[in-house]
Design a protein around this ligand. Structure first.
Ligand code: TXA
Ligand code: MG
Length: 338
């Protein structure tokens, strides 16, 4: 792939209009959302969508989510909106939720990787929505990382990943959620969570008055979302998970450079003696800072990152999912079954 000259755009109306023009002309624009930065293209333009796969090095059988500025536009993409879908749209959209519905036939197969359904998301981030309104077409967008790497949650991360690959990058703020959207499939009878996120299983159960099926739990058999087949979210450093701070190694004279991502007040870490330590206040703060911490530790040349493995309440379930994939299941000490 030839290197592109990448335009840096700000969030003023003139620049967002430019971003919209680039999308309509078939270009690629990186834009901020409340979950992670996305790499967008006109979802109606098969060549533009093919450009996304090339820019990310993404396998062609992994479908893209389509973004809209407003819920009332969902019927332009979906052929059918079930009563469950209507309840979820009302409760959570705009917001960090993607729903998979049966697709209308005019969506190119490059977007859905040949599947009969389409993932639809309406971000709540005001810059994202202004950009999508200026685009005036549905925008197909995966996370703006190279395939397999952590998703960008800041402008710096997005620029580093996509400079030379996208036509423009919008300089927004840091993503407030920090993990990718919850993906719910509603097109195959059952309500299935294909990827956990900020909108939790309990949140969905409350609205639908029934518990959705957590597909992440079924590790046998073929992956339910094509994207679940691939390695994901990996920093350059080796990632090791821990559940108690006394599992951390003595760090006085490390021959390898380690970084520590901790949660809550310290129970064990004394003076970290020059070891980079990032300590999140609570699990939402931890989710928000997870990928940014990987970025910082990689920049510092860490060869190993120890990250706390939180309990599954709220966004904790999504953090656990990302950590398990990023670490390839590696723990400092095998986690207890209780
Ligand atoms: O928060 C997010 O969802 C971000 C922002 C940019 O909106 N986007 C994002 O896209 O995370 P991506 O492509 O990195 O992850 C989308 C996941 C992939 O694992 C893909 O396989 C799955 O969604 N997916 C998309 N359409 C699908 C479909 N029709 N059926 C099953 N899985 C689908
Ligand atoms: Mg992704």
């Amino acid at each position: 792939m030839g290197r592109k000259k990448t335009l840096l755009l700000n969030t003023n109306p003139a620049d967002l209009k430019k971003a919209g023009d680039i999308i309509r002309r078939g270009g690629l624009v990186v834009f901020p959302t409340e979950t992670v930065y996305g790499l967008g293209a006109n979802a109606r333009n098969p060549r533009a969508c093919a450009g996304i796969y090339a820019a990310k090095g993404r396998p062609g059988d992994n479908p893209l989510i389509v973004h809209l500025p407003d819920p009332f536009k969902i019927p332009t993409l979906a052929s059918e909106i079930s009563p469950d879908a209507a309840l979820l749209i009302e409760a959570f959209m705009p917001g960090p939720l993607t729903i998979i519905l049966p697709k209308k036939t005019n969506i190119p197969s490059q977007v859905t990787a040949g599947l009969p359904d389409v993932g639809i998301r309406i971000p709540s981030d005001p810059v994202a929505r202004d950009f999508l309104r200026h685009a005036g077409v549905p925008v197909a967008a995966p996370s703006a990382n190279l395939s397999g790497r952590p998703s960008p949650t800041s402008f710096e991360m997005a620029w580093e990943a996509m400079e030379g690959r996208a036509d423009a990058v919008i300089r927004g703020g840091d993503s407030s959620v920090g993990l990718e959207s919850t993906i719910l499939r509603l097109s195959r009878g059952e309500v299935e969570i294909l990827r956990s996120g900020k909108i939790s299983q309990e949140d969905i159960a409350r609205v639908l008055e029934k518990k959705p099926f957590l597909a992440e739990d079924s590790l046998d058999g073929p992956p339910p979302a094509p994207g679940m087949r691939y390695r994901h979210y990996q920093p350059q450093a080796e990632l090791v998970l821990y559940t108690r701070e006394d599992q951390l190694p003595e760090v006085d004279a490390p021959e390898e450079r380690i970084g520590i991502l901790a949660l809550g007040p310290s129970t064990h870490i004394k003076d970290p003696m020059g070891v980079p330590l990032i300590r999140a206040r609570d699990v939402d703060d931890y989710a928000r800072r997870l990928y940014a911490s990987f970025f910082v530790f990689d920049k510092l040349g860490c060869t190993r990152i120890y990250a706390f493995f939180p309990s599954p309440e709220g966004i904790g379930q999504a953090v656990r999912d990302r950590l398990l994939k990023a670490a390839g299941g590696r723990f400092a000490e095998p986690p207890s079954k209780t």
